[in-house]
Write a protein that binds this ligand. Sequence first.
Ligand SMILES: *Cc1c(COP(=O)(O)O)cnc(C)c1O
Length: 375
Amino acid sequence: MEKRVFNFSPGPAMLPLPALQEAQRDLLALPGLGMSILEISHRSAKFLEIIEAAEANLRKLLRIPDDYHVLFLQGGARLQFAMVAMNLLRGSGRSADYILTGTWAKTAMKEAQTQGNIHIAWDGASLNYTRMPRQDELHLDPQAVYLHITSNETIQGIQFHTEPDAGQVPLVCDASSDFLSRPVDIRKYGILYACAQKNAGPAGVTIVIIRKDLADRSPPDLPSMLSYKVLGEAKSLHNTPPCFCIYMVKLVTDWLLQTIGGLEKMEVINRQKAALLYEAIDRSNGFYQGHAAPESRSIMNVTFRLPTPELETAFLQEAKKRDLVELQGHRSVGGCRASIYNAMPVEGVQRLRDFMLEFYDTHSRYRPQNPAQPT
Ligand SMILES: *Cc1c(COP(=O)(O)O)cnc(C)c1O
């Protein structure tokens, strides 16, 4: 096997090795079938078995109640930004509440604005999106069609540790970058959606968990591929679904159930991994500057800066030599970002932590002794 490195990419991201190995082993022919997953009909008994197993795994991991659909859709999380509004907001005569916590929440709002009126319930712009809001800071409209949140801001590295209380208003959540990283009470949500390529599988499929009564509200004049009602009734098989991606979601969720032992266990491991890196940041006397306020730190995306851009470049180059790759921050915000999704082994995070401490020891003389005051 080619050497594998520790890949801290924000997505598409690392996948669990056992899932990749099983896919590799069975790529030419699924056991007993003589054909590969890439070649079989989406209406075949074998594929139905695979998609049903993927759904059953998700239902088990997240304890998804029967009155919710679990859909496997295409178009990424970004299409959901629009679909949520097309299905629920357009023509409702009301507005939807959005909590703006970072780049993804803002993008979701902009797409929804093409379909109807938006009310901003909170905006973290003046805080440079360094933390999530407290409940008492929200300006919620009790008549809103839904309240949209982003549970984890992948680019800023901040995360809701408890979801806001939306009262009677359906809560809609873009959970793309923390899906399956911890248990979630699905009952609190009207819709929870996540593209697969962070934690659940490869790029190409988006998982949408939607309460059936909300799906039934889809306006009848929507194109069928954009209607939750049509897609839900067809059980994700209205058209040819991304078969290989769904197969990979099945293998990844098999791994979560069988090797990890469920989302409670996964969360414990994820918290341990995140603590290793945040401790390294906190013990560096300001050499590493975390972006997130401590109470909103993400356990999936750890964002930080070094004292100078030159040191950041050197840090990324040195890390790469140690097989720690894709640590650069998003092009819009710079700095460094370690994405430590489910499939990143503890060993990879320990290696990064050790490297951070070593780099700090070598370069801490660059630490500003008296940080310049803004003039
Ligand atoms: C990655 C990501 C997206 C974008 O997903 P696509 O599948 O590229 O559309 C949206 N929201 C969040 C929070 C993300 O992390």
